[in-house]
Design a protein around this ligand. Structure first.
Ligand code: BES
Ligand code: ZN
Ligand code: MN
Length: 510
């Protein structure tokens, strides 16, 4: 016989929310050097820096002796954990390289601290001390903590909750807190939202549920959503979207997310994302090896929509629209086939060489629609488009294709500033003939430089003269193992920081 409380407790347990706090709250405190507890500080190369010196002096040189004995020099990416040091429970030294760290180096420090304490002593608050009085540096540390501590354990029945805060203690105090909340926290939240969408499997995220997740996330923000369903897309003649979606039981959607924080009537920036919620290849089916990864084939759509949520969240003075071209690419009796000729909304036709070249098929209808509806002044599309960009650039740089030199160099710069690196690839007129079709305007695939011909294909749907760039992020969506201080293994959220930074650098007069 079960004791009575078992049967009583069970329904209760089922109702309890599983989401015990998975991440540490970030709290700013205007404070001098903490003297107890868990302390983390940044140390410059050669055991230098304001905070190191202060703690070393306070400990009568014990800190330098301990660091030297352990061979710790403060190099970028190095760490030294000193349990029981002086009056502290633990002191963590984080090497930051040079003594005048830029925003990315500070984020790496914050991320290293967050990751170091991710699994251990999770109930313990962590004091991250920063002796500088500028609010900006402290916000960047917080940015690193927020990005670096990301994890997705929603489906783990025994996910460990954490309760200890990260206390960023700094003389900058309240000013830093305000700056973090206003300027950066919405951006970190957007990156982590994109990571959630990407990590979610394709039985949870499909075109309709993608839209609903964005709708929830947009609640309270000054944005509007427009959703095209199948009937609307049929009316518009969006053969690209419809042909990719027609093999799946999950109908396709096109989502537009608009934010107008700039001057009324100013043409917006458009961010267009590939949103294939699962890419099986369709009838041109992929091999099973690693096919599960194709749940992340909507990472471009996640990046574009999350970027606009970030801009809205921090009330950036800019007008922007995100387009998510959402479809599931599946083989079935209703799927599109190789050889099919598709008429897109613009009237242009293409012949399907491979149903696995589906990204460009959905993107061209999205590019056409946003040009017609929003007359954007700049269009940037982002997509996990081709395996060959991974062959060319690996997992460090996304491929950047543009005919506009100014836009290309702006994006390169913002890539460097945000840590979302992009490397320019050629986009040559000679790629056009490689896609010639005997019966349609062109084919959806062909040619050796297949990332290049894919870019060329997209460009056929963009009015010449409109500044346009294409970002092929196939190698950047996912980190297989290891991870980085601000990007644990798994979904990276690549593109959100790039677009946010692009707006900061070039479209808001800072
Ligand atoms: N989603 C894939 C590209 C991809 C590959 C993304 C690896 C991330 C990692 C895309 O739809 C695709 O299948 N592309 C084909 C194009 C080809 C059929 C012209 C490719 O790259 O092989
Ligand atoms: Zn794909
Ligand atoms: Mn494909």
């Amino acid at each position: 016989m079960k004791p009575w409380f078992v049967s009583l407790a069970l329904p209760f347990a089922l109702l309890l929310p599983v989401d015990a706090k998975a991440q540490r709250s970030i709290v700013f405190e205007e404070a001098a050097f903490p003297e107890r507890g868990v302390l983390a500080i940044a140390v410059a190369e050669g055991l230098a820096g304001r905070d190191f010196d202060a703690l070393d002096a306070a400990s009568q040189g014990a800190l330098r002796r301990a660091a030297t004995a352990a061979g710790f020099k403060g190099g970028k990416g190095s760490k030294l954990d000193l349990p029981g040091f002086a009056s502290y429970e633990r002191v963590l030294l984080v090497g930051m390289g040079k003594d005048s760290p830029d925003a990315l180096a500070l984020r790496d420090v914050g991320g290293a601290v967050a990751q170091h304490f991710a699994s251990s002593a999770s109930a313990q608050p962590v004091n991250l001390y920063w002796g500088g009085s500028e609010g900006d540096a402290a916000s960047q540390l917080a940015m690193g903590v927020a990005l670096g501590q990301y994890r997705f354990d929603q489906y783990k029945s025994n996910g460990k909750p954490v309760t200890g805060d990260v206390l960023i203690r700094t003389p900058a105090g309240r000013a830093a807190a305000a700056q973090w909340q206003r300027e950066w926290q919405p951006v970190a939240q957007a990156v982590n939202f994109a990571r959630d969408l990407i990590t979610e499997p394709a039985n949870a995220i499909y075109p309709e549920s993608f839209v609903e997740r964005v709708r929830e996330q947009a609640r309270g923000l000054p944005v509007t959503l427009e959703v095209l369903d199948v009937a609307a897309m049929e009316k518009l003649g969006m053969g690209g979207m419809l042909s990719v979606g027609q093999g799946s039981a999950r109908p396709p959607r096109m989502l537009l997310l608009r934010y107008n924080g700039g001057r009324a009537g100013d043409a917006p920036l458009a961010f267009v994302g590939k949103g294939i919620t699962f890419d099986s290849g369709g009838i041109s089916i992929k091999g099973n090896d690693g096919m599960w990864r194709m749940k992340y084939d909507m990472a471009g759509a996640a990046a574009s929509t999350a970027a606009v949520l970030a801009l809205a969240g921090r009330r950036a003075p800019v007008n922007a629209v995100a387009v998510a071209a959402l479809a599931e690419n599946m083989p079935s009796g209703t799927a599109d086939r190789p050889g099919d000729v598709i008429r897109t909304a613009s009237g242009k036709t293409f012949e399907v060489m491979s149903t696995d070249a589906e990204g460009r098929m959905v993107l061209v209808d999205a590019l056409w629609y946003v040009q017609r509806q929003d007359k954007p002044k700049v269009i940037i599309d982002i997509a996990t488009l081709t395996g060959s960009i991974v062959t060319a650039l690996g997992n460090d740089y996304a491929g950047l294709f543009s005919r506009d030199d100014a836009l290309a160099s702006q994006l390169y710069q913002s890539g460097q500033n945000s840590g979302n690196w992009v490397w320019r690839m050629p986009l040559l007129d000679s790629y056009g003939p490689m896609l010639a079709s005997p019966i349609a305007d062109m084919r959806n695939g062909g040619g050796r430089p297949s990332s290049g011909t894919a870019a060329w294909f997209l460009g056929e749907w963009v009015a010449r003269g409109t500044p346009w760039a294409h970002v092929d992020m196939a190698g950047m969506a996912w980190i297989e193992s290891g991870g980085k201080p601000t990007s644990p293994a798994g979904a990276t959220g690549f593109g959100v920081l790039l677009f946010d930074q692009f707006v900061r650098d070039h479209h808001q007069g800072k």
